[in-house]
Design a binder for this molecule. Structure first.
Ligand SMILES: [Zn+2]
Length: 395
C-alpha cells in the first residue's frame, strides 16, 4: 500500500511538472505564426482556406485578397506589378526543393556540410518555410534575384506593403535574427495592424515576437482611422471577448490577441451642479473617458473637490481644491495606450480603468470614466435629458 502511494505521488509530481498544453481557441486564424529555422511547421500542416491566386500558385484567402489589392494599387501608381511566383508550398515540395538544391551544390564540388550550409541560407529546411503557412509571397519578374530590390516595384513594395498587411520578411541587416539571407522578393502577410507595427519599428518578425515575449503587450494608434489597437500575448485568449479583432496562435507556445478600439477625441459639454462647461473627452468603444486633471479643475470649489498628484502612481485626495483650470484647447493625441495604472484615492488603491493619451510634445495624460470616478469619489453622474448633457451633481 505504501509503495502504491509513493508511486501515485511520483505520478502526481510528474503530471504537475509536465508543461500544460495550450488550450485551443476556436478563433485562432493562424496569421501570426512564427516559422523560421527554429520554429517548425509539422509535415501534415496544410491551411484550410487556400485559394488559387494564379494558374500555378495558391495563398490563404486573406493574403490573396490583400496581395490583389496591393498589386492593383501599384499598377495605379504607374508601376508594372510583378508576378506571384511562389505562394503556398507543401512540406513535400519543400523536401524536393531542398534536396534538389543540396545535391546541385554537392555536384558542383562542395562538401556535404558546406553544401547544406549554403543551401539552408537561401532555401528553407523542410518544415521551416513560412510558405507552408500560405501567407508568404515571392514576387518577381522571372527568376528570383537581388536586383528585384532595386526595381521600382521592389522599392514601392518595401515602402507600402505594410499598408496591406505585408512585411518584407528577410533583409540583409536582419540575417542574425532570421537566419535567412537577403530576399527582396519575399513578403509575409501578417494582417493589420501587425505589419504596420513591425515596419514602423524597423523590426523583423523575430524582433517583434521577442518584444511581445518580454513585454506581453503593445499598443498602436491610428489617429486618421480613429482606431486604437491593443495587442496582447497570452496563454489565456479566452479571457478576451470584447472588441477582439483577431486571435492567432504564435507557434511559440502562446496566442496573440488583437483588440480594436474605436477612439475619437471631442469636446464634451458637461453640467457641474448646473454650471455648463466643456471638457475634452476621449470616447473609447462608446464610453467617454475624461482627463483626471480636467475633472479636478471642473470640480474645484464644489463639494466633491479633489486634488491630483503623481509619483509613479496617481494619487487623488478628496476635500482639496485642485485650483487648476481645465484646458479647453482641443487635444490631439499621437499615442493612445491602455496601461495598468495604479490609482490611490486618499491612500487606498482604487480599481479604476484608465486610458493614456500622449500629446505631440510628449506630455502624457491619464483618462478615466466619469461614472467610475463618481463612484470612487462620491459624486453623482447622470444624463440630463432636457439639456442633452452629462450632468455631475456633487451635493
Ligand atoms: Zn519566399
Amino acid at each position: 500500500m505504501k509503495k502504491i502511494l509513493s508511486l501515485l505521488l511520483i505520478l502526481a509530481l510528474l503530471l504537475a511538472l509536465a508543461p500544460a498544453a495550450l488550450a485551443a481557441d476556436a478563433r485562432d486564424d493562424g496569421t501570426l505564426r512564427l516559422v523560421n529555422p527554429t520554429h517548425f511547421v509539422s509535415a501534415e500542416f496544410q491551411p484550410s482556406d487556400l485559394v488559387n491566386y494564379n494558374t500555378n500558385q495558391r495563398l490563404r484567402e486573406p493574403a490573396a485578397k490583400a496581395l490583389r489589392e496591393m498589386l492593383t494599387d501599384m499598377k495605379a501608381a504607374g508601376i508594372k506589378p510583378p508576378t506571384l511566383t511562389s505562394g503556398y508550398r507543401s512540406y513535400s515540395r519543400q523536401q524536393e526543393l531542398f534536396s534538389g538544391r543540396l545535391s546541385g551544390r554537392i555536384k558542383g564540388g562542395l562538401s556535404y556540410a558546406e553544401a547544406y550550409k549554403q543551401t539552408a541560407r537561401y532555401t528553407a529546411v523542410p518544415g521551416t518555410s513560412e510558405h507552408q503557412l500560405g501567407l508568404a509571397a515571392d514576387l518577381s519578374y522571372g527568376s528570383l534575384s537581388d536586383a528585384f530590390g532595386s526595381t521600382a516595384a521592389g522599392k514601392w513594395l518595401k515602402a507600402n506593403s505594410w499598408r496591406y498587411g505585408f512585411i518584407l520578411r528577410y533583409e540583409a541587416a536582419k540575417e542574425k535574427y532570421t537566419g535567412i539571407a537577403n530576399e527582396p522578393w519575399h513578403y509575409r502577410y501578417l494582417g493589420k495592424p501587425h505589419a504596420a507595427i513591425v515596419t514602423q519599428n524597423k523590426w523583423c518578425l523575430e524582433e517583434y515576437f521577442n518584444y511581445l515575449s518580454e513585454k506581453k503587450a503593445i499598443d498602436y494608434y491610428e489617429p486618421a482611422q480613429n482606431v486604437a489597437w491593443e495587442i496582447l500575448r497570452t496563454t489565456t485568449p479566452e479571457l478576451y471577448q470584447s472588441n477582439v479583432y483577431s486571435v492567432s496562435s504564435d507557434n511559440c507556445g502562446e496566442y496573440i490577441v488583437t483588440i480594436r478600439h474605436s477612439c475619437t477625441l471631442a469636446a464634451q459639454p458637461i453640467l457641474v451642479d448646473g454650471r455648463s462647461l466643456q471638457l475634452d473627452a476621449c470616447c473609447i468603444d462608446g464610453n467617454n473617458y475624461f482627463r483626471l486633471r480636467d475633472v479636478a479643475g471642473a470640480l474645484s470649489g464644489t463639494a466633491a473637490a479633489f486634488a491630483v498628484d503623481w509619483d509613479g502612481t496617481v494619487n487623488i485626495r478628496t476635500g482639496t481644491n485642485a485650483g487648476a483650470d481645465n484646458s479647453a484647447a482641443s487635444f490631439k493625441a499621437v499615442k493612445v495606450s491602455f496601461p495598468d495604472t495604479v490609482t490611490h484615492v486618499n491612500g487606498r488603491t482604487a480599481a479604476l480603468e484608465t486610458v493614456q493619451l500622449v500629446a505631440a510634445d510628449g506630455g502624457a495624460y491619464t483618462y478615466y470614466k466619469l461614472r467610475d470616478l463618481g463612484q470612487a469619489l462620491g459624486f453623482a453622474v447622470d444624463w440630463n435629458q432636457a439639456e442633452r448633457q452629462i450632468a455631475i451633481q456633487t451635493y
